[in-house]
Design a protein around this ligand. Sequence first.
Ligand SMILES: Cc1cc2nc3c(=O)[nH]c(=O)nc-3n(C[C@H](O)[C@H](O)[C@H](O)COP(=O)(O)OP(=O)(O)OC[C@H]3O[C@@H](n4cnc5c(N)ncnc54)[C@H](O)[C@@H]3O)c2cc1C
Length: 369
Amino acid sequence: MEKFHTNTVVIGAGVVGLAVAKEISSKDPEVIILEKEGNIGQITSSRNSGVIHAGIYYPSDTLKAKFCVEGNRLLYAYAKKFNVPFINTKKIIVASNQSQIDDILVIKQQAELNGVENLVILDEKQVNKLEPLIKCVGGLLVPSTGIIDQHSLMQSYLGEYETNGGMVSYNSTVKKISFVNNRFEILVVNKDIETKIICNNLINAAGIFSSEVANSIEGLDKKHVPQTFLAKGNYFSLNKKLPINHLIYPVPEKISLGIHLTLEVDHSIKFGPDAEWVEDPYDYSVNESLKSKFVNSINKYLPDVNENMLSPSYAGIRPITSKEDRVKRDFTISTVENHQIENLINLYGIESPGLTSSLAIAKYVVERL
Ligand SMILES: Cc1cc2nc3c(=O)[nH]c(=O)nc-3n(C[C@H](O)[C@H](O)[C@H](O)COP(=O)(O)OP(=O)(O)OC[C@H]3O[C@@H](n4cnc5c(N)ncnc54)[C@H](O)[C@@H]3O)c2cc1C
């Protein structure tokens, strides 16, 4: 079996793995990304809403709050510098009844604690002035929310990484990892050919497969590996252009943000994602029968939409480490302090806002190495 040596291996070429690898390669070009698919971003990173989140919902002491607020600023600056298409659309969280106005006030308070600035409570008239088609009794304007073309973002991370001298090995599935003489020995299978890669630092950014990869590390006590649950989110697209310029969100639900309206950078409109627990990590089909559930939710803030105006679009799967309430779930970044193995970092539960947080997570990981 052929053996290769390198300083650092990153498992996974999603938006987070690429951001981490790019950051590491700016100091040390001896990095290899191992990616089981034939291209970058084929799993969760190309199956999301593409929203640059503000960081408003999460409790202040969470990694999500920290990375989202910091990542939001870093991402806008990065997109401007490297010409990645984005729009600072802003977002309005809309209340459909008076009791939801109280919910919005609580969200505003939490957002301000997290360091999100310039939030504005709007009455019905003010929302209608901004978005005449939207029905509500009031809302919260979030100026730092936007959208980004996630494919261009990943290409840009990859471009920088390769310019720094980093390499990606595609179609390379990590099967088993051993920890021998303070080094990691990684068994990789590429089209039935087995290779061993030996490295000093190992970052597991395998997304929905992170727990599976961590469980394949001999010597890692499995009590430090959380279970990853899968929550599928479906999207429907609107077959019609409507003059809507902000992202429109209902007041959030217990396990997800609720079926919201987001825009693409070409201004087309999509709705979703919903949330359902699933077992199969590869089933991305969108069931047409979900349409009526979508229309019921959408009609609370956009009454003119009916089933004939929606088409099944795509689905993505969130890696989630706890089935608890949405606000109680956090990213888990497991380092030597947790599992006692030096130079190993496992990233678990990097669901939303992972895209927004990618540059902030990368900075944090590099500081920990
Ligand atoms: C429905 C939905 C909507 C979302 N919306 C947003 C949003 O609007 N804004 C936002 O900020 N975030 C959003 N997110 C979250 C965001 O998409 C993720 O946090 C982010 O894409 C995670 O990136 P990643 O690199 O960790 O994982 P992934 O993109 O899944 O990448 C992991 C990579 O690891 C590879 N891999 C796995 N196992 C192995 C192995 N054994 N060997 C080699 N390679 C392996 C996979 O092939 C994959 O390419 C959303 C997520 C979902 C599901």
